[in-house]
Every structure is written in C-alpha cells, then in structure tokens.
Design a protein around this ligand. Structure first.
Ligand code: NDP
Length: 400
C-alpha cells in the first residue's frame, strides 16, 4: 500500500485526488496540499466517505523548498504529484531530491517571467535522481502524457520504425461563455500565443502563431479547424523515438475563442511584462486570469466531447502502415463522476495512473524520465480501467 502527496488543488489536482481515492487498492493514504488549504479541505469533504483511503490536507507554498521538504518528511509519501503550476517544477523536484522521493508532473518547467518551456533544466536533475535511486516522471497528463504512451505503445506493438507522428487535440466542448480557458488561463494563453513549431528531419522549425491550419474530421465529433502549436512532448519524443522524421502537434480552436484572443492580444492583455497600475506593478495576463471564469467552475456547464490522439505513419515488416489511436471523453460524463470537465479529467486520470505505476513498481527506471521511456502496456490497460478507454484504427484520415 502506498502514500501519495498531491501538490496543487485546482482542476487537475481535484480529478487526480478523486482518482487516487478510487484506486484505494494502491493508495491507502492521500495528502492534498496547496497554497490555499480551504480548497483542499473542501475537496477532502467531497471525497471522504467514498473511499477507504485516509485523506489529509496541508497548506504549502510550493515556491518554498524548505516548506516542501518539511511537508514531505512529515507525510513520508511514496510519490509526490506536482499538479500546481509549471513555475514550481524545479522547486518540487529539488524537494523530492532532498527527501529521496519519487516525483511526477504534467507540464514542463516554465519560468514565470518568460513564456518559454523546455526540458533542459528538468533533465539536468537526471544524474542526481539516479544517484538517489529515485524517479521523476515528466509530463504525465494527456498531452504531454498519454500522447507519449500512445506513441510508445504503437512502436512496441505495431511498427518497426515510426516515420511521422501527428498529435491531434480536439476539444469540442461548449461552456456557453464567449471566452474562457479549460485549464489555467495564464498557462493556456502563454501556450497558444507563442510561435508554432514542429520537428522535421532533425530540426525544430518555427512558424508564426496559428500560421498552419488544417481541417480534420474527428471521430465522434466531426469537422473542426485545428492549428499547429509547439507542445513540449515534441522535444522529448524527438529524442526518444529513434529515427522519427517529423512530429507535429495540432489543437482545435473555435472562431469565437480566436477572435477574443486576438483582441486581448492587440490591446496588450496577454502580455507578461509587468506594468504600473495605480502605483503598483501588475502583470496584464495575471489580471486577465483573475477576471476570466475559473476553469474548475466550468464543469457543470460544459457539454460536448474531447478527442485526443496520435496519427502515426511508419513501417512494419518492410510495409508502410498508418495507425490512429485516440480517446474520446464526454465533458458531462466527467462532471457526473468527479465534478470536473474533460480537460481536467483527461489530465488528472493519467497523472494518477503514472503515480500508481511508480508506487507499485510497474515503472522502475531511475532518473528523470519522460513517459515514452517506460513500458506502455500496464498504463494502456489502466486507461481503459480508469475512464479513458482508447480506440485504434489502421485506416485513419491522414493530415496533409
Ligand atoms: P489550476 O490553476 O486550476 O490549479 C493550480 C493549483 O496549484 C491551484 O490549486 C493553485 O493554488 C496551486 N498553486 C499555484 N501556485 C502554488 C504554489 N506556489 N504553492 C502551492 N500551490 C500552488 O491549474 P490546473 O489544475 O488547470 O493545471 C494544473 C497543471 O496541469 C498545470 O501545470 C497545467 O499546465 C497542467 N496541465 C497539463 C495538461 C496535460 O495534458 N499534460 C493539460 C492541462 C493542464 P490556488 O488555488 O491558491 O491558486
């Protein structure tokens, strides 16, 4: 039996806590810790009574390494799940290193004052984690996360060689607001206003934001516009999938979202440069986050489905092969189960599964690892068991 410490009690942390509680065969003690203990206590009240796992809560500022170390030493978890914000990744990894505890996150490190993300600073912990005999699993949400697991599974079972990979992320959910984001608005807007980028023939090629558009007919959803974005798993998959020639990531956006975003960008509201306002410094994007709906509050009003998956082209036994593996998730079904919309659900479930893989020793490679480095099979089985069943086809529609 294992103990898990969940840091961060927003949309994703809340789903992960529900799911750890459902998996009480693995997790018999769960501590939910965040900046505000009130949210943790409210969540504890919702979950307790539905599980045999013992649940506790704690207040912690994840920017304070000593406070993290104290909490980890006191609770003594087998795994620390970092479901706070990407800004805290390095601090939480350092605290895990000092206490020799396994670490898992769903988003790679981003400095607060620069909208750029890369694995370099997290991968730099590798030797130290290996020497300490512990594991860090990076990027274990849906994308990154299941996108890497799907690719590793395809390589293990269906291909001798993968040539191209397209990761397609479609959210056809409707929350009824003219503009809102489905996960932390600050992180989401930083991601989608950045330049696009894809990997081809050993190089990363930059595009203007939203420069490359395609239309795709998503199973169970229908035709949607999707745009090429840079996404962090491109960096790890380019390194970990031998011989891969091209990796692209596409995300769907509705016209209303794009029009609002352009307007907010044009007036300077998406900037992360501090400005003077009434005698104090404020960051426009942080102010925007404060006036937008809290993603955790969208669950009850979001209807429709998500479809996230990987289209892979390569060779098996010398013959060309196409393969598409995807999950379809229904926003209202997620809400009925755990009180959250599908974006938090599709992130929180894989985070719990990754933590269970570590806790049970199914995944036992030491050091700092991305999900595609592990055995995908028990993870794929657990996706079916814990609410994210997947579908595969060998005759997909191909993206130009
Ligand atoms: P939320 O903003 O809803 O939740 C973040 C939580 O972290 C809040 O509870 C917040 O506390 C807490 N927090 C923030 N700063 C600190 C701190 N210094 N110390 C302690 N707690 C802190 O975000 P989401 O749940 O939507 O997203 C969580 C993570 O999941 C993000 O890193 C996001 O990028 C990632 N993600 C990954 C996806 C994937 O597929 N891989 C998809 C979607 C999200 P407070 O309530 O006080 O603000």
């Amino acid at each position: 039996m294992s103990k898990v410490l969940i840091i961060g009690c927003g949309g994703v942390g809340s789903v992960a806590a529900h799911k750890c509680a459902q998996n009480s065969g693995v997790f018999d003690e769960i501590c939910i810790a965040s900046r505000s203990i009130k949210k943790c206590d409210e969540l504890k009240d919702k979950i307790s009574g539905k599980t045999s796992a013992k649940i506790s809560t704690a207040q912690v500022d994840a920017n304070d390494i000593n406070a993290l170390v104290n909490l980890i030493e006191k609770f003594n978890p087998d795994v620390v799940m970092n479901l706070a914000l990407p800004y805290q990744d390095l601090k939480i990894m350092e605290a895990c290193l000092r206490t020799k505890k396994n670490y898992l996150d769903t988003a790679n490190y981003e400095p607060e004052n620069a909208a750029k993300f890369e694995y370099r600073e997290q991968w730099a912990f590798d030797e130290k984690f290996k020497n300490a005999g512990i594991t860090a699993v990076l990027g274990c949400g849906f994308d990154p996360g299941v996108s890497g697991i799907f690719t590793a599974y395809a390589l293990k079972h269906h291909f001798d060689e993968i040539e191209t990979l397209d990761i397609l992320d479609c959210n056809a959910g409707d929350h009824g607001y003219p503009f809102a984001t489905n996960f932390n608005p600050e992180i989401n807007i930083r991601e989608v206003t950045a330049n696009g980028c894809y990997f081809e023939n050993g190089q990363f090629i930059e595009t203007e934001p939203m420069e490359i558009k395609r239309v795709y007919n998503f199973p169970e959803i229908g035709q949607k516009d999707m745009y090429l974005l840079y996404h962090e798993e491109l960096e790890s998959l380019a390194k970990n999938i031998p011989g891969i020639k091209r990796i692209r990531f596409f995300m769907t956006f509705g016209q209303s979202y794009l029009t609002h975003l352009k307007c907010l960008e044009n007036v300077g509201m998406t900037s992360i440069k501090p400005i003077d306002f009434n005698g104090q410094k404020i960051v426009p994007l942080q102010f925007l986050k404060a006036v937008l709906p809290d993603p955790a509050s969208l669950g009850s009003r979001t209807v429709g489905k998500t479809n996230i998956g990987c289209i892979i082209h390569g060779k098996k036994d010398g013959k060309p092969r196409d393969y598409y593996v995807y999950n379809v998730c229904d926003h209202q079904k997620c809400f009925r189960e755990v009180g959250s919309q599908a974006i938090s659900y599709t992130t929180g479930v894989p985070a719990m599964i990754g933590a269970a893989m570590l806790a049970t020793g199914e995944w036992n490679l030491k050091g700092v690892r991305n999900v595609e480095e592990f055995n995908p099979d028990p993870f794929m089985d657990a996706l079916n068991k814990f609410g994210l069943s997947w579908i595969e086809t060998f005759s997909p529609e191909i993206v130009e």
